[in-house]
Design a protein around this ligand. Structure first.
Ligand SMILES: CC(=O)N[C@H]1[C@@H](OP(=O)(O)OP(=O)(O)OC[C@H]2O[C@@H](n3ccc(=O)[nH]c3=O)[C@H](O)[C@@H]2O)O[C@H](CO)[C@@H](O)[C@@H]1O
Length: 314
């Protein structure tokens, strides 16, 4: 049987890498991971035990790079996950994120020209901006993008929709909320707090710590996305991918300290000068229905991280 050819751009990143590692478990897939390694890393690639994948250093924003790859393979499915990582990385030069529009344009155009069956786009909870209502619902919550990073995700979503209307290219948009798991950059709060707690170093909280987030363990993210792909859910639609249990950052710090038996102290720093989202919480009923099993709680997720080689060297 001929293998299904899948491209993951940004496949050496946190979520793209986890998706790649999952997809290669299916021998009917051949997975090509394209990443420029600006923030991604080779450690996130699947194990060499699997033969059904390859890695290409490729800048998706560069038409020549990505067209060579997509014309050569003629992929069946594309997961377009390559992008600048998050708002914080772009704060010094927010306009830089506009380059990601080139990547979106390239992937869509080449998907159309090479008859890709369906393209998936990694959007972000940032499109909802500072909350006008909670939980944030895919269809009814107004989009309130506040920063160029979010505007690019908005434009990306609109482009994916327009390529369906104009050229019939099927798509699904994932709006990713805070995701955590092993081997994540220490910029992200869960990894950062765990790493500090294990070294008994002070845990710093920006502001009073009453800001909230919901956290989604990376396995829940990947399981949901793979089911959406394989079972053809949310065709030509958008779906929130995130946890729904809201926790304050102060309570998160206390939980991490308790789970690690740490002697770390909690220190409050001034709120982030560039502003911080006060609350964020998805309506994840669509995701939960598709997942069909309980989601991993933040307590369980922290335990899983602590059992992982990253935090528990043998
Ligand atoms: C680092 C990073 O890329 N963060 C991403 C994260 O932002 P987001 O701000 O939600 O996530 P973070 O993990 O950076 O921080 C979560 C919360 O913890 C607080 N905090 C964090 C670290 C710390 O040492 N002390 C502390 O108090 C932050 O102020 C924030 O209120 O999700 C957004 C939406 O998907 C992305 O746009 C952001 O770019």
């Amino acid at each position: 049987m001929e293998q299904t050819k899948i491209l993951i751009t940004g496949g050496a990143g946190n979520v793209g890498g986890a998706l790649a590692r999952r997809l290669v478990e299916n021998p009917n897939y051949f997975v090509v991971i394209a990443d420029n390694l600006s923030t991604g890393s080779r450690e996130k690639l699947p194990s060499k035990e699997y033969a059904n994948w390859s890695f290409v250093t490729c800048d998706v924003n560069d038409y020549r790079d990505i067209s060579e790859l997509m014309m050569a393979y003629k992929f069946d499915y594309v997961f377009h996950y390559a992008a600048v990582v998050g708002v914080k990385r772009t704060q010094d030069n927010p306009i830089m994120v506009l380059n990601d529009i080139d990547g979106i344009k390239n992937v869509l155009n080449l998907s159309k020209n090479t008859s890709v069956k369906r393209a998936f786009f990694s959007s972000s909870s940032e499109v909802y901006g500072e909350p006008v209502e909670l939980p944030q619902h895919e269809e009814t919550t107004p989009l309130n993008s506040r920063v160029p990073y979010a505007v690019v995700k908005n434009v990306g979503e609109a482009f994916f929709r327009s390529f369906k209307k104009s050229y019939g290219l099927d798509f699904t948009i994932f709006r990713f909320f805070n995701t955590y798991g092993p081997n994540q950059s220490k910029d992200f709060v869960v990894s950062k707090f765990l790493s500090l707690a294990l070294q008994n170093k002070d845990i710093t909280i920006y502001g009073d710590g009453t800001q909230t987030r919901t956290f989604c363990y990376v396995d829940d993210n990947v399981d949901a996305c793979v089911k959406i792909f394989e079972e053809e859910h949310e065709m030509n639609d958008v779906i929130n991918i995130g946890g729904a249990d809201e926790i304050t950052i102060l309570d998160l710090a206390k939980l991490v300290i308790r789970k690690t038996n740490s002697s770390s102290k909690i220190i409050h720093l001034p709120p982030l000068p560039e502003g911080d989202m006060s609350r964020r919480m998805p309506d994840n009923s669509k995701m939960k229905r598709i997942l069909g099993r309980p989601m991993i709680s933040i307590e369980e997720g922290i335990e899983k991280m602590l059992a992982h080689p990253e935090f528990k060297p043998e």
